[in-house]
Design a protein around this ligand. Structure first.
Ligand SMILES: Nc1ncnc2c1ncn2[C@@H]1O[C@H](COP(=O)(O)OP(=O)(O)O)[C@@H](O)[C@H]1O
Ligand SMILES: Cc1cn([C@H]2C[C@H](O)[C@@H](COP(=O)(O)O)O2)c(=O)[nH]c1=O
Length: 217
């Protein structure tokens, strides 16, 4: 039976690496797949991992129709055994619904990868629908760590080095500054406590270096 798999973790937890490994393992056994992504840091129609691997991919635009794409491919004599879908947090609800229909009606495995929540700690549209529909939800085993050493569970956004909790939901960027991001935007993974307190690594360092007040009075 085909299944809809959702692999999730914070930014920098290895999702894109696992997406490429999954594709490699299936392709190595003669299965034929298609790779999709959207708004990858490396640019359009590329799936990139921080380990240096990249692969051509089909760019998923706002109006892309997975069901139509797969049905058209099969009708034209193509073969599809599985789909790899990276940055799935950015997909629309209707697109996740199409992926579920492809699994159920065409018996094609779908492996979706994405972060669960945005910088405000709210579910992304695509991830929310995947949580509702996936046959299996898997949290990445390689843990990204907060600066304090605890498991990172949340993604923080900084502007000019200061953590923010308001703004556009989608801003492509990296845990280090990247060329494509607005000059002042970056991300940092944090544990929940430090996300709640808006305590990034830089702020924690600044606080710890602040001089003790002198014991007057
Ligand atoms: N120089 C490196 N050596 C070993 N592992 C690295 C290196 N750089 C990045 N990584 C690994 O790559 C992971 C990020 O992989 P990636 O697939 O790009 O993450 P995601 O798609 O979840 O954002 C990091 O958590 C780390 O484990
Ligand atoms: C938290 C958050 C992230 N993003 C963007 C930043 C990156 O381009 C991707 C995540 O990619 P990764 O491979 O998992 O590192 O999402 C965003 O647009 N909005 C956010 O709130």
């Amino acid at each position: 039976m085909a299944e809809l798999h959702f692999f999730t973790g914070t930014m920098d937890s290895g999702k894109s690496t696992l997406a490429l490994q999954t594709n490699h393992n299936h392709a190595a056994r003669g299965r034929i797949g298609r790779i999709f992504t959207t708004r990858d840091r490396a640019g359009a129609s590329i799936l990139s991992s921080r380990l240096g691997l990249t692969h051509d991919a089909i760019e998923v635009g706002e109006d892309f129709d997975f069901w139509r794409y797969v049905v058209d491919s099969l009708t034209q004599g193509g073969r599809i055994d599985y789909l790899i879908c990276d940055e799935a947090q950015f997909y629309r609800t209707a697109q996740i619904d199409q992926l579920a229909k492809i699994v159920d009606e065409l018996q094609i495995d779908v492996f979706a990868f994405g972060i669960l929540t945005d910088f405000r700690t709210q579910l992304f549209e695509g991830s929310s629908r995947l949580v509702e529909l996936a046959d299996r939800m898997n949290v990445l085993q390689v843990e990204a760590l907060c600066w304090c050493g605890k498991r990172a569970t949340h993604n923080a956004r900084t502007e000019n080095g200061v953590m923010v909790v308001e703004g556009e939901v989608i801003v492509v960027g990296d845990v280090d500054q990247v060329d494509e991001a607005p000059a002042d935007v970056a991300y940092e993974v944090l544990c929940r406590q430090h996300h709640r307190r808006r305590l990034t690594a830089a702020r924690a360092k600044a606080v710890s270096l602040a001089p003790e007040p002198l014991p007057f009075g």
